[in-house]
Design a protein around this ligand. Structure first.
Ligand SMILES: Cc1cc2nc3c(=O)[nH]c(=O)nc-3n(C[C@H](O)[C@H](O)[C@H](O)COP(=O)(O)OP(=O)(O)OC[C@H]3O[C@@H](n4cnc5c(N)ncnc54)[C@H](O)[C@@H]3O)c2cc1C
Length: 500
């Protein structure tokens, strides 16, 4: 055996009985590599209905491309299941050969946890079916869905469930970490609306988990769900939404940041649950909707969604309308699905991304002025200082209602940098984000969204994020995944005696 770093992703050629036999070098869970004989890999391939790809195969590159171009990881093998049976076959194969396993949903995780270097990846991208039951107001979506797949089908019936703001994000990764979006203030975390999952656990068994069956597993999946198996489908409660809502982007020159920030605080203190507004401090992009003279200049913007009675929209948005002369004003009635994808172009796949975020319960003067100062000083042309508006229904449940916790949270805030893959100042930019993080951390609850954490954030941060729910998570992990098969994530470890 040799180390993963030495050999991952390669094919080793061996002389065998005078002929040549190809073996696949693949990473194990212990951090070493093993060589799988060709007949073992071929038998695995025959047991699958979907493709099994290695680096030389067409489709491998696409299957292993991540949203964050900064992450360079290459698995040795990728399975693309066409159904739950393929997932079971892959989990059993990984288990039997002690292979390092990862699961890819939409590939949007900032830390690139969908791929494990040198290991076996289960890429769920072929499983994108969505079934809506308009009578029961539920939707069942397969785990390879992107958010836009689900919104598109549910909106046919004027229904929706809270999902995130970028339609290309994976449903699975987002939901399993909690999930929030424009409807969270009305209906809570995405997992507060989750009714059932189908999941293949580490022992290869297919289970349906809900509040009635495998309750502890279901509890754990609702916030730490990357740790317990491969979820193959999600069933959510739906709510009447749209099909049109009121919203979009509105922005003012940064010189007016004091009054905009103060208005934002007032707005978010008194906003009805039907209103969600984000704050973004950034340089205006060279987009057609930005006047030429404002492009490249610093702006303070809000992106807004009002999903309530449109007759009340002017009253609800009055604080925003009191800020006259915006430099950009795209607020309008529009289809919910359009609003849900309106920010997609701002986060293109393959750019390099680096961010640090925190949870907050209030927007203090010091927090807002620190964000404003950081925006003024920021050397990264495509950076954003952001405040995401949460609270509302999310705050109403008990801390122990699902593993997700953080029921006191009203905002996520942070610093996010984006740059081209060949950016010569990349390391300085990363350092700037780290330094900015030091300045914004004092305003934090101490915790942040598990799905926004990067690999370099400590294990302690995971424990703090789950808080009082962490010990219970360890118990569920030990019961369902004692060997920590599902470890390519923000990892909840089983108790010591079981860790391989
Ligand atoms: C541009 C952008 C916008 C975002 N906006 C939001 C937002 O509005 N709201 C929000 O809540 N979050 C948001 N996020 C964060 C998002 O929730 C995470 O990035 C999440 O990981 C994306 O899910 P994915 O399936 O694309 O991830 P992937 O990178 O594919 O996977 C992430 C993790 O989930 C695990 N996983 C994936 N599929 C499965 C499965 N079927 N079973 C078990 N484990 C699985 C993977 O192993 C991995 O550890 C955003 C992220 C980005 C990059």
């Amino acid at each position: 055996m040799s180390t993963v770093g030495e050999e991952y992703g390669q094919f080793a050629k061996y002389s065998c009985n005078g002929g040549t036999m190809t073996r696949t070098t693949i990473a194990t869970r212990e951090g070493t590599t093993t060589r799988l004989p060709e007949e073992t890999v071929e038998a695995f391939r025959r047991d699958l209905r979907g493709p099994l790809l290695s680096p030389a195969d067409t489709g491998f590159e696409e299957a292993t491309r991540l949203w964050n171009g900064m992450i360079e990881k290459q698995p040795a093998l990728v399975v693309q299941p066409t159904g739950t049976a393929d997932v079971v076959t892959a989990v059993n194969f990984a288990h039997d050969h002690d292979l390092l396993l990862s699961v890819k949903g939409g590939g949007h995780n900032i830390g690139g946890t969908a791929l494990a270097d040198g290991g076996l990846t289960i890429d769920m991208s072929r499983l994108r079916g969505v079934l809506v039951d308009p009578e029961a107001r539920t939707v069942t979506a397969q785990a390879g869905c992107l958010l836009g797949d689900v919104d598109r089908e549910t909106q046919l019936h004027g229904l929706a469930t809270p999902l995130g703001f970028i339609s290309e994000t994976g449903l699975a990764g987002l939901t399993l970490g909690g999930g929030f979006g424009y409807l969270t203030r009305r209906f809570g975390w995405a997992v507060d609306n989750l009714l059932e999952v189908e999941i293949v656990t580490a022992d290869g068994r297919v289970r349906r988990a809900s509040r009635e069956d495998h309750e502890e597993l279901f509890w754990a999946v609702r916030g730490a769900g990357h740790n317990f198996g491969v979820v193959t489908s999600f069933t959510f409660q739906l709510h009447e939404i749209g099909p049109t809502v009121y919203g979009g982007l509105i922005a003012w020159p940064a010189e007016r940041s004091d009054e905009v920030l103060e208005t934002y605080r007032r707005l978010t203190t008194s906003a009805p649950r039907e209103l969600t507004a984000f704050l973004i401090l950034m340089r205006a992009p060279p987009a057609p909707f930005v006047p030429a003279e404002a492009q490249g200049k610093r702006i303070v913007a809000m992106t807004v969604c009002y999903s309530g009675d449109l007759a009340d929209v002017e009253e609800v948005l009055a604080p925003i309308r009191s800020l006259d002369d915006p430099v950009v004003d795209l607020l309008q009635e529009q289809p919910y699905t359009r609003l849900q994808s309106s920010l997609d172009a701002t986060e293109p796949k393959g750019m390099h991304y680096y961010w640090k975020t925190e949870f907050a319960t209030e927007l203090t003067d010091d927090l807002l002025s620190t964000l404003d100062e950081l925006s003024t000083e920021c050397p990264i042309p495509m950076a954003q200082l952001v405040v995401i508006h949460l609270g509302g229904a999310l705050n109403e449940r008990d801390e122990s209602d699902g593993a997700v916790g953080n029921r006191d949270v009203r905002f996520v805030y942070g610093a996010a940098g984006m740059w081209e893959p060949d950016e010569p100042q990349a390391e300085q930019f990363r350092q700037w984000v780290r330094d900015a993080w030091k300045r914004i951390r004092p305003f934090s609850t101490g915790s942040t969204y598990i799905n926004f954490q990067t690999g370099e954030e400590s294990d302690e941060r995971i424990q703090v994020t789950y808080g009082d729910n962490h010990d219970r998570l360890v118990e569920v992990k030990t019961a369902y995944d004692p060997d920590n098969v599902f470890r390519s994530n923000r990892n909840v470890r089983p108790t010591e005696t079981h860790v391989s």
